[in-house]
Write a protein that binds this ligand. Sequence first.
Ligand code: ZN
Length: 234
Amino acid sequence: MKNHEDVLEEVLQANEILEQLTHEEIGDDHLYTGVHTPLKKGAFDIPDEKKKEMIAILFGEIMDVMGLDLTDDSLKGTPKRVAKMFIDEIYSGLNPANKPEVALFENKYHYNQMLVEKDITFYSNCEHHFVPIIGKAHVAYISSGKVIGLSKLNRIVQYFAKRPQVQERLTNQIAMELQSILNTQDVAVIIDAKHLCVSSRGIKDDTSATVTSFYGGQFNKAEKIQELHNYINN
Ligand SMILES: [Zn+2]
């Protein structure tokens, strides 16, 4: 394991660019920069166990700078706890090694209408503030000959949710993954979510929610969209 000073030195070097920017220049907007989560080269060269050790050191440093007493019984385990939670749980979807294995089945029932899996609860985190996004995803597809286990639809949603996210990207990533797995354009995803960076801070709007959608293939037709919304609102 690298020692404390080495880790801090690396971080300071990597953040030279950030130092040039003031908060005003970085801004408070939620910009959407594309369908792929922006990852640096070699993002997974460091094994998870080592990442946890490094994050624990760095998070402890943040707590220390804020003036918290890391020798306090209640706080001393927090850096390691946060590091483990980041890598093993709430940001585990960054690592392609954690992508769910998906088996497809023949569409034996010759069911050729839309299948809708609605109200999939997910917890994600905003990549601009690192505070929670809590919402429901509704996913739908029309089989091109293969079908997918229902729980896999949930797992795909959870995988992409467990990343620092923006809602537009989360929507598109789920949809494009399903299109690729199911070998069809006929996929729809609707996400209705609350962003704690909007409700608990900043503008402090506690009632607004954000809705995003992806309609591929047959889901671009008005009657299919209507049918889908009928199922979701049922
Ligand atoms: Zn945010």
